[in-house]
Design a protein around this ligand. Structure first.
Ligand code: ZN
Length: 258
């Protein structure tokens, strides 16, 4: 198929895509396939406590990753790849992973991306992609798979660099969702004791209450974050980092209950 002269290895994604669903050259195997570039619309509903986005973005997971039909490489843009990705994709564990028909195909795509990320040293990104696979399992009522992949995600987060407060909240939520009560409670207690910013503290307070109630269900950020107080900067003196506003505070502004 004729394309607009894609140059292998070029990182300029836009030039390789003709229209919304043009031919794209896989950065791992060099094969061309038709791929759609995903342009997310901003979510309108509050995210879950593990930051799974609300609708309408929530329902678009099937379009978050591209996957090469020839080699199986999966990524947000298969026209780009880490230098070590080709070796990873060719190796037996990756081939077995994408061929495992006992797992939902969409989940396998996220796990494939997670595996490449893990093998190339991006452990926190690998945790994120593994959590996405768990969300797919949630939607298919495959509690067994969702539990296994949340535990994998927690292990990847903890294997990587030191976690910030926001990532730690997601670890706590994953532990709670898998009913790992002692670890969830201890991790939440440690985060609460570290004097996090107010918005994080509110989410941790909700997590601790849910853990105490042995509630392993899905909850959204809207139930954790009341409308902002009139003294928005008082709590900032306790922030350990220099950011003027954290992720949870931004989310609170976006999704606060009115
Ligand atoms: Zn390929």
């Amino acid at each position: 198929m004729a394309t607009s002269s894609p140059s292998a290895g070029s990182p300029s994604a836009g030039s390789r895509i003709a229209g919304a669903a043009g031919a794209l050259r896989c950065a791992v195997c060099g094969s061309e396939s038709r791929q759609t570039q995903f342009r997310p619309a901003p979510p309108e509903q509050a995210p879950d406590l593990d930051l799974r986005p609300g609708e309408p973005l929530r329902g678009t997971m099937a379009r978050w990753l591209q996957q090469c039909p020839h080699c199986g490489y999966a990524a947000p843009d298969i026209g780009r790849a880490h230098p070590a990705a080709a070796e990873t994709v060719a190796a037996a564990p990756f081939r077995a992973l994408i061929a495992d028909t006992s797992h939902p195909p969409l989940a396998r795509r996220f796990l494939a991306w997670a595996y490449v990320l893990e093998e190339t040293g991006a452990l926190h990104a690998a945790a994120e992609a593994t959590l996405h696979a768990a969300w797919v399992a949630d939607d298919m009522n495959r509690q067994d798979l969702a539990t296994a992949w949340r535990r994998d995600a927690v292990a990847l987060w903890r294997a990587g660099p030191a976690l910030d407060a926001e990532q730690t909240v997601r670890v706590i939520d994953a532990l709670r969702r898998t009913e790992d009560w002692p670890d969830a409670a201890a991790t939440a207690e440690a985060l609460a004791a570290s004097a996090p910013e107010e918005a994080v503290a509110q989410v941790v307070a909700l997590e601790r209450r849910l853990i105490g109630e042995r509630d392993a269900g899905r909850h959204t950020l809207a139930s954790a974050l009341p409308p902002p107080a009139r003294r928005p900067h008082v709590a900032h003196q306790k922030i350990r980092r220099s950011r003027s506003e954290g992720l949870w505070s931004r989310l609170r502004r976006m999704f606060r209950k009115d």
